[in-house]
Design a protein around this ligand. Sequence first.
Ligand code: AMP
Ligand code: ZN
Ligand code: FE
Ligand code: FE
Length: 284
Amino acid sequence: MFADLHLHTNFSDGTYTPEELAGHAQRCGFRAVALTDHDTVDGCARMAASCESAGLEFIPAAELTTEMGGHEVHVLGYYLDIQNPRLGEQLRRFQEVRRGRVFEMVARLNELNIPLQTEAVFALANCRSPGRPHIARALVQGGWCSGLDEAFERFLKKGKPAWVPKFKIGAAEAIELVHHAGGLASLAHPGINHCDEIIPDLVAAGLDGLECFHTKHSTSTTQRYLEMADKHQLLVTGGSDCHGMSKGRPLIGSIKVPYECVERLRDRMQRRAVEGGFLLAGDP
Ligand code: AMP
Ligand code: ZN
Ligand code: FE
Ligand code: FE
């Protein structure tokens, strides 16, 4: 019995609809999945319904863009109350800034004599949490780039001419927000972010888990983070980070997290709720 706890849909920069993603998850034989779209929980309601029809356990979640000590850090929030007002307010702020960033990046492309229009990007993104992959797809669609890699390499990667820094909240603030919304916070793909030195600070800020299993983690990297999770008494999470088709096949199914990890996550969340650690009545 396995799970995939890191998945994206077209409610952020994935290409599958929640229904398509649930179908893939079912065919892969998963027992549980989490939807972790960037800075949004908009896809969770539809994903919950599709998972229910497919007989899959669903965990409402999100991947928040944060920073600590100059590192970009992605914080995964699991078992979020997607109706939580403060969470909703923060997500709306993220989405507003993401929209503004599209205008800025397109303006830079226009200065580079690429007449891409923001409308084309928004039409293609068709969601409230647009990002660089949508601009990359629009560049390919318009014939300015031959593929997504070229779009990132020439224009969109950090330091390239159309790159605009992303709005981030403090990682400790994100962990607190996840807790406030009844959830548990896990550090996404530490092996990509090279942020090991801040893990103790994240733990001090209340981090609950570490994403040990990830498509971009080698076996030895996974092992290193499993040991680190053990050392800091962190829950183990993991997932494929599937965004749809990638080089001819979807990533979903490439990472199989033992279902036991979900049980531990659920136990911790329920214990916290009982202890009254979250959401006291009347809490703003
Ligand atoms: P953004 O949230 O706008 O900064 O975009 C980040 C997203 O872009 C990541 O989550 C990936 O899905 C995608 N991405 C980042 N680098 C690349 C790349 N070199 N090629 C294709 N997609 C990328
Ligand atoms: Zn993404
Ligand atoms: Fe990420
Ligand atoms: Fe992701």
